[in-house]
Design a protein. Structure first.
Length: 308
């Protein structure tokens, strides 16, 4: 990435530009400093203390190289719905049952494989901004450049990326809003499950009950932190596990997975800083579940009108 130094940038150091203008953290700058061709001015290596002059060309080595591409990410022609795409960000409506990235038993059926195929011919590096559980559907963001990944990671850690989920929980909950604020940690007997644990990491989930009927509750959920299985663990701890969640509750004949869908995500665009909101239409299994329990209720309308 080349930046022509104009009069507004002249006189500031490279470090000041990276931190104040581009929003890079110290860790990001350190990684850039020690990468080949990471920081150059007019084609020559400089330190971050270099004071830029008008007319200089600052080059940041943020482009992906062939060596950056994971050999485990195999391009596979898998249908996947892209709901937002530009040079910096791709958002997909991840279907339930599709893992985010390859793992044991899932080498060629993941979001990573699908996007590697979509961007075949490029040095594509899979950089998920947020990961969804395999059986959770909905909005999933990925960064298309190293620079965008830096900025989206920082936005995530600063709580600037807002996600709204639609969920169906077991039991009747009083309509209105609430907060689940309980730390979450690993279960001592499993590498997969999590539990509420006083020694775990702070975890906060906001929710709003928008309908209750037939021993089920329809929720809008907004996690403020990003712990593994956070919504599922908090809901189960509150005595209302998600319908169909056989890990933290019980399986259900009404749906073959946990009834959880990331319906919308708002994020600051890594290039412009403007807020972008992407939405993911409900999959058929969630539509059928909601229609069967809450006849006449329009979840799409509720998503537009209700706030968490």
């Amino acid at each position: 990435m080349d930046i022509l130094v104009d009069k507004d940038l002249a006189g500031i150091t490279v470090r000041e530009y990276l931190t104040r203008r581009l929003g890079y953290s110290s860790a990001m700058i350190k990684k850039l400093k020690f990468s080949e061709g990471g920081i150059l001015v007019n084609g020559s290596f400089v330190t971050v203390r270099y004071e830029m002059k008008e007319g200089d060309v600052l080059t940041l080595g943020v482009e992906d190289r062939e060596s950056d591409v994971s050999p485990y990410t195999i391009p596979v022609d898998i249908p996947i719905e892209v709901i937002y795409e530009d040079e910096y960000i791709t958002a997909v409506n991840k279907p339930a049952g599709m893992p985010a990235h390859p793992s044991h038993g899932h080498r060629d059926d993941t979001v990573s494989n699908a996007l590697a195929y979509r961007y075949r011919g490029k040095n594509y590096v899979f950089r998920p901004v947020n990961r969804l559980d395999r059986d959770t559907s909905g909005c999933m963001l990925t960064s298309n450049t190293r620079d965008a990944s830096y900025k989206m990671y920082r936005a995530m850690t600063e709580g600037k990326i807002k996600k709204t989920y639609l969920a169906v929980a077991d039991g009747v909950m009083a309509e209105g809003e609430g907060v689940w604020d309980s730390p979450i940690g690993r279960s001592p007997t499993s590498i997969i499950t999590r539990r509420v644990d006083c020694e775990g990491k702070p975890s906060v989930t906001r929710y709003r009950v928008i309908a209750s009927e037939s021993e089920k509750s329809l929720l809008l959920v907004a996690p403020e932190t990003g712990r593994t299985h956070q919504i599922r663990v908090h809901a189960a701890h509150a005595g209302h596990p998600l319908t169909g969640d056989d890990l933290y509750g019980t399986a259900s004949p009404l749906i073959g997975r946990q009834a959880l869908h990331c319906a919308a995500t708002a994020f600051p665009h890594p290039q412009t800083g403007e807020t972008v909101t992407v939405t993911a239409p409900l999959p058929d299994d969630m539509k059928e579940l909601i229609a069967g329990i809450f006849p006449g209720f329009d979840p799409e309308y509720a998503l537009k009108e209700e706030k968490v």
